[in-house]
Each structure stands twice: as C-alpha cells, then as structure tokens.
Design a binder for this molecule. Structure first.
Ligand code: SF4
Ligand code: SF4
Length: 320
C-alpha cells in the first residue's frame, strides 16, 4: 500500500507540475447543514432553513462513490456540524469508506468518534474569545470532548477575524494545552464589502509577520508555511485560485461554485489558506500543512504497524 500511495502521489505531482493536469484530487462534502451553534462568522447560517431536503444516507453514498470513481482520493466533511446526529455520523462513515484520506471539520461540541480521519477542530482563540464568537460554554464542551477523544489525530484551525486576530499567541497556547497535534490559521472571508469581521490587508500583513515569528519558535506545531502566508498578503493569488482541485457539494448534493463558500465567495478578500497551500504543493512538491498531515497520518497508520520500520516517514516532516 505504501509504495503504491507514494507512486500515485508522485505521478499526480508530475502531471500537475509539468502537464497542467487539472483533474480534482479532493472534494468537500456536507453530511448535513444543520449545526447546534450559531457562530458570528458562519458562512452557512442563511442556508440552514432553506426547506430543501438533505441527501439521504444512500444518496450521499452514491455521490461519494461517483466522486471516488472519478479518481478523487481525499474528502473534507464540512459545512454544518458533521457529528451533530446519528444520521450525519452514519453519512460520515459511508463517505470515509470511499476515500483514502478524510478530514472531518468539527466544532468539538459533540463526542469525537474513533474514525480513521484527521479531525480539524475549529478553534477561535482562548476560552473567552472562542465563546464570544461561538456562544457561552462552547469552549468547555470542546475541551471535554477533546480530552476524552479516542484519537489524538486532532488539529486546530483558527479563522482570524476582527474579534480574535489580536489573540494569535494565546490561541496557539490554547491549542497546545488542549493537546492538539498542531494548528493552522487562515482569515475570515467577508459576506459583504462592509463586513466588520473582515481583517483588512494591512492588518492581515501584521498578523502574518507575527505568525512567521511564531513559526520560527514552533515550527513543528504551527502548520502554515511562509510560502502560503506570503501569498495571503494580497489578493493576487485569488485571480488564479485553483478551486477546481476541490469541488464542493452542499448537504443537498448541489455543486457549490466557485468553492466551498458558494455564493458568499468574495475572492478579492479571501483568506482561505487551503488553495495557497495546494499551489505550494505544486510549486515545491511538499512542505504544506496538507502534505505534513498526510505524512503524519502515514507515519501513524503505517510505519508504526508491525513489520514496518517505526519513524520511516517522520524525517520528511521537517519543514526545510
Ligand atoms: S460551528 Fe461551523 S457550521 Fe456551526 S455555526 Fe459555527 S461556523 Fe457555522
Ligand atoms: S473565495 Fe473561493 S474561489 Fe475565491 S479565492 Fe477564495 S477559495 Fe478561491
């Protein structure tokens, strides 16, 4: 399995780099749009009460199978809270069965199942800052569920906005205290031109400078890279955003254009780090958050298995 995976990764990389091969390699699916929170920064709130019927378990399985047959190997489960209900958890299980690698993005307020996935935990800051954006007592629930989680494959994702961007260092300490494996940062995508949660580019650049200093101190814990952060300093990259790499489907089975943000996409002010990271993967071959997480996963799942040398993959985790 390991040589096959590496060979597959190498062939995809060369096709992308040298032949401009544009087939999607990942997708995002929404097991549900429902959520138990009502965060100030949510991009899906207005779609929650559309009255449309979500895909059934069978329909979600059919969509995952179709995407898998197209050659897609990776899925991110996101939008609402994927762990909110038994039905949604069953959809997650079905989706997991169709892809080689899966992320579940969770707000951490529900028990974390022992699935072979990466959990991406939304963390908006230290407890008070997190609760200010997500609701009273939410951090406490998250902390309880993370501490008793059956898996330690949990990474923090902090979306910086005008209410939390001054707490970057404390957010990192909070993630460490929670025992997360690492943390990534990106910036809030505004809903409109005058959205007060958006952090303007001048301020974002100051955040980036601070983050780069912090990455020097904690290169193994902060998963953003200099390449990706430098891209996010201005909107230039958004003119050629490779969003076709990751088609996103909503909970009703409809393709969202141009990306997971759907109609709310505001490219000129976008703060998403995923596509800059993918652009780096293509330009440099490795060193991105996604790449390092894949290696973490391979290390945990395969090289610690009997018969395989422990730590075979770990040396590649260095950022240099
Ligand atoms: S947890 Fe996520 S999906 Fe739920 S309201 Fe908050 S941002 Fe939206
Ligand atoms: S809003 Fe979506 S399509 Fe636009 S730059 Fe950001 S990720 Fe790309």
């Amino acid at each position: 399995m390991l040589p096959y995976y590496l060979a597959y990764g190498a062939s995809e990389y060369f096709k992308l780099k040298f032949f401009g091969y544009e087939r999607p390699f990942g997708c995002s699916l929404a097991p549900t749009i429902q959520c138990n929170l009502n965060c100030k920064q949510c991009y899906e709130t207005e779609n929650r009460n559309s009255g449309k019927k979500e895909l059934s378990l069978e329909e979600m399985g059919a969509l995952a199978e179709k995407l898998s047959k197209q050659g897609i190997k990776h899925c991110t489960m996101t939008d609402g809270e994927p762990l909110i209900s038994r039905e949604s958890i069953e959809k997650c299980e079905t989706i997991i069965g169709h892809f080689w690698m899966n992320y579940i993005v969770t707000n951490g307020t529900k028990e974390i199942p022992d699935f072979p996935v990466f959990y991406i935990l939304s963390l908006d800051g230290p407890p008070k800052v997190h609760d200010n954006l997500r609701g009273d007592g939410v951090f406490q629930q998250l902390e309880k569920n993370v501490k008793k989680s059956p898996t330690d494959n949990i990474y923090g994702l902090c979306t910086l906005n005008s209410l939390n961007h001054e707490h970057i260092s404390q957010t990192i300490s909070t993630a460490e205290d929670l025992g997360l494996k690492g943390i990534m940062f990106n910036w809030y995508n505004p809903a409109s031109d005058d959205d007060s949660l958006w952090v303007n580019y001048d301020t974002r650049n100051k955040d980036i400078n601070l983050l780069l200093d912090l990455i020097e101190q904690k290169p193994e814990f902060i998963y953003n890279t200099k390449f990706e952060l430098d891209m996010l300093r201005n909107p230039e990259w958004t003119k050629s955003c490779p969003s076709y790499f990751v088609p996103s489907y909503d909970a009703f089975g409809d393709l969202k254009e141009p990306c997971v943000f759907g109609e709310r996409a505001f490219c000129e002010k976008c703060g998403c780090h995923v596509f800059p990271a993918l652009m780096e993967s293509i330009a440099k071959g490795r060193k991105t958050a996604q790449f390092r997480m894949v290696l973490d996963y391979m290390d945990a799942q395969w090289t610690n298995s009997p018969g395989i040398l422990p730590g075979l993959i770990s040396p590649f985790l260095s950022k240099e």
